[in-house]
Ligand binder design. Sequence first.
Ligand SMILES: Nc1ncnc2c1ncn2[C@@H]1O[C@H](COP(=O)(O)OP(=O)(O)OP(=O)(O)O)[C@@H](O)[C@H]1O
Ligand SMILES: [Mg+2]
Length: 295
Amino acid sequence: MIADSPISKTTAPLIELADLHKVYRVGTELVHALRGVSLLIGENEYVAIMGPSGSGKSTMMNIIGCLDVPTEGRYLLRGQDVSRMSQSRLARVRGRQIGFVFQSFELLPRTSALKNVELPLTYSGVRHRRKRAIEALRRVSLLDRAHHHPNQLSGGQKQRVAIARALAQEPDIILADEPTGNLDSTTGNEIMAIFDSLHAEGQTIIVVTHEDHVARRCRRTIKLMDGQIVLDQMNEERERAKGISTAEGAAAAATGGSEGTAATGGSRPHGTEGVRPDGKRGAATGTVIEEGGPS
Ligand SMILES: Nc1ncnc2c1ncn2[C@@H]1O[C@H](COP(=O)(O)OP(=O)(O)OP(=O)(O)O)[C@@H](O)[C@H]1O
Ligand SMILES: [Mg+2]
């Protein structure tokens, strides 16, 4: 059964997760990383996934991104059941529909920004690759660095290359796992400003973050704890505006020469206080246990 979700009933579900479980086996030990996650995410949503370390965020993102399959439960991507697909079919779906952005950028080191964006298009058999790669770099305002190698780019610029690489695939969904995690707050806010404008242009974006002010820029926040969803709420416009103005304040302070200004967002906590998991533990009994996870 799908849990109550704040998305509009008229929004077509792009992502439908139904009672997902993921159990990893490490030696003789079983790790129940997801314990019955049900969720609908529609077109053009802008979602933050939060939760403590080990709560299952990356596990859920890996499944949504078709890097891995659930042990139990169903995942429909645009109505297509991808939860039991073979690795090769999953790879095809992934190449066509998902764009990834990671905390550590994951760029090829001895390759120009342009080639980093262009190369994955070769594997997906896309035509006019150079044109697409240039357009993607333009969208993240990095055309002037197209021929720089990653070690000639700042952290924020590397992340913009990674976003361009994701965009060039024209994916249905951009999945970003802690995209601002390796960046100072001002640069992190610049990256979020790019996501804000991509969302305004119609892109569906899901961002894993530990930072309240990052989550507050998204339209919706989902919080995981112990492999279960314990909070799923729409973020108020007022709070979003606050997150953005704090970011702009930090950027202005940085250009004014003040160092290390932290954009910590407003003083109000994120509204997750007092929300607890229901205490139910999905039983591992009867589930298919899988060895390891995605490589
Ligand atoms: N490939 C794997 N094999 C075995 N256990 C795993 C694997 N990947 C994750 N786990 C375990 O599953 C649980 C959820 O991990 P996950 O990486 O999804 O957490 P997370 O919420 O992303 O944490 P973080 O905020 O630290 O990135 C953890 O207990 C973790 O140790
Ligand atoms: Mg993680």
